[in-house]
Design a protein around this ligand. Structure first.
Ligand code: ZN
Length: 185
């Protein structure tokens, strides 16, 4: 999960870097065009044409790339993609989230293991969804129901997906069959 998060956020970071490189190039080659572009953005947000030009001019004198990154591309310093930070927070979150079901697995008798771990995982999901909603100041019940409904979806859909993709799980071999994919469509 942490590696996946890192790859995903790295791609986002690469896209941001590429956008910034284009913007930097355009600023060095075509400053007039860039100033007009920024002024039009402020005008579209409600400033008069005159004021929009003044704001664009002053912000570009202060930090041209920063102004374009923020107001044209939408990159804000605190929302910038940070792959390593994302990987660590993902690892920490999933480890913390797995602790409760692991604790249940450790405490219950083997005969009840699967049933209790599955059921209590749903209860934990509902509770964590509610907790997150409370922290975020949104309706607790709705968030809790949503997390409990959508959270287990990957667990349920994984076996069907494997069948659809023609993955032979028992033999340990991964055989992808085109006809079984077509049959699922
Ligand atoms: Zn620009």
């Amino acid at each position: 999960m942490a590696a996946g998060e890192c790859v995903s956020v790295s791609s986002q970071s690469d896209t941001e870097e590429a956008d910034l490189a284009l913007e930097r190039k355009s600023l060095s080659e075509n400053i007039e065009f860039e100033r007009d572009e920024l002024a039009k953005i402020y005008e579209a947000r409600g400033l008069t044409s005159h004021l929009a030009s003044q704001v664009a001019e002053q912000l570009m004198l202060h930090d041209a790339l920063g102004a374009h990154a923020r107001d044209e591309i939408g990159i804000i310093e605190h929302s910038k993609a940070r792959p390593i930070q994302a990987a660590f927070s993902s690892a920490a979150t999933f480890t913390a989230g797995a602790l409760l079901p692991l604790l249940v697995a450790w405490l219950v008798p083997p005969s009840l293991l699967i049933t209790l771990v599955a059921l209590l995982s749903l209860v934990f999901l509902a509770a964590l969804g509610g907790l997150a909603a409370r922290a975020g100041g949104v309706p607790v019940l709705r968030a809790s129901v949503r997390v409990t409904f959508w959270g287990p979806w990957p667990w349920q859909s994984r076996p069907q997906l494997a069948v659809c993709l023609g993955l032979s799980l028992e033999s340990g071999k991964t055989a992808l069959k085109t006809e079984s994919i077509l049959a699922c469509l």
